[in-house]
Design a protein around this ligand. Structure first.
Ligand code: OSB
Ligand code: MG
Length: 372
């Protein structure tokens, strides 16, 4: 099976509320969508690269060029029903995994739809519904943050994650823990600390956190291992885990006790599944992270979360937390118990709203077999 066309579209979507992390504040997303078509079937993927190169090195405009100049041309001769061959065709590209994942996940969706299978079942998923957590950005005031947490706990979410940054850490966590003594709580630093900040990170041990996510720099497996040996809270790595090799290094060096798997960060479903299985073998729990995705990326995350190794609630939360209107139907929805049901319909199980996307497009580009 070969595809007949690939279309890239960059859309612009306003977040319902700004999202702030230690590396910056996002109010509007510029998202590259990939549509891969064969016959009358289309599969859709979403590039999770943010607008600027501050989470990792990727960014919207770079991902656009990577897809157009390198990723799509490498796939035009591949039998896409062979998903290992799809991954192998993209492997010579160094880095740029969010761009690679955008087309790789679109092809998974296409193959699943063409086979009439739900994507999560094709991936080997075992749970028809997944446990959901939320990620709450840095807030202007602690009072405001407490209100956010109250809302999400009342909505039923099974784990609350707070963003922290130097100078905006211990007070925030202390206030939330005091008000909500029993909730499953974690923090995410997005690489903002150094080993020199040990005294602050050590203080987080008193709050009974499920994990501290990515405290140090992405490349710093060694310092994470030293930190993990000196604190009792589990370290979870996000930015540091870019492939199966870095995952192995992190596990074998004791740099983390939990792994966040993001489809974009590792290059797509095939890589994510391999990393999840490695973690399961090593007894390391994993969960699925998010990157402020639209409904397309959110449903890919939900499908991956159905695999057995994903034993902790992920950052796969209700579409309404991010967007006043989504670009898929039905919208990804979390019930009052903090669960998202996986669809039995083919592929990601949602209909992509072409007309709505048409109204949001900044630019598009199509590769067509035969060249017209
Ligand atoms: O580190 O997990 C992160 C959002 C943007 C960039 C990085 C991260 C995040 C989140 C939000 O935490 C997860 C989500 O709800 O999509
Ligand atoms: Mg993170």
């Amino acid at each position: 099976m070969h595809f007949d066309s690939v279309t890239l579209r960059e859309i612009e979507l306003d977040l319902v509320a700004p999202f702030e992390t230690s590396f910056g504040r996002t109010t509007t997303r510029r998202i590259v969508l990939v549509e891969v078509s064969a016959g009358d079937v289309s599969g859709w993927g979403e590039c999770t690269a943010p607008e600027g190169p501050y989470f990792n090195e990727e960014f919207t405009d770079g991902a656009w060029e990577l897809l157009r100049q390198f990723a799509v041309p490498r796939l035009t001769g591949i039998d896409i029903a062979d998903l290992d061959a799809v991954e192998a065709a993209l492997r010579p590209i160094r880095g740029n995994r969010m761009a690679r994942a955008a087309v790789e996940t679109a092809i998974w969706d296409l193959v699943a739809r063409a086979s009439g299978l739900p994507l999560w079942r094709m991936l080997g998923g075992e749970r028809p519904a997944i446990d959901c957590g939320v990620s709450i950005g840095l807030q202007p005031t602690i009072g405001g943050l407490i209100e956010c947490v109250e809302r999400e706990v009342a909505a039923g979410y099974r784990r609350i994650k707070l963003k922290i940054a130097p100078g905006r850490d211990i007070d925030i966590v202390a206030a939330v823990r005091k008000r909500f003594p029993g909730i499953l709580l974690s923090v995410d630093a997005n690489s903002a600390y150094e080993l020199n900040d040990f005294e602050i990170l050590k203080k987080l041990d008193q709050f009974d956190l499920l994990m501290i996510e990515q405290p140090l720099r992405p490349g710093d497996i060694l310092d994470h291992a030293e930190l993990q040996a000196r604190i009792s809270t589990a370290i979870c790595l996000d930015e540091s885990i870019v492939d199966d090799f870095t995952c192995r290094q992190a596990i074998e060096s004791g740099a983390c006790r939990i792994v966040n798997i993001k489809l974009g960060r590792v290059g797509g479903h095939t890589a994510a599944r391999r990393i999840a299985l490695r973690c399961a073998d090593a007894g390391i729990p994993v969960w699925c992270g998010g990157m402020l995705e639209s409904g397309i990326g959110r449903m890919h995350n939900a499908a991956m979360s159905s695999l057995a190794p994903f034993s902790l609630p992920g950052d796969v939360s209700d579409s309404r937390r991010y967007w006043s209107e989504d670009i898929v139907e039905p919208r990804p929805t979390v019930d009052g118990e903090g669960r998202m049901a996986l669809p039995e319909s083919p592929g990601t199980g949602v209909e992509v709203l072409g007309e709505r996307i048409g109204g949001l497009v900044n630019r598009s580009w199509t590769w067509r077999r035969g060249g017209s």
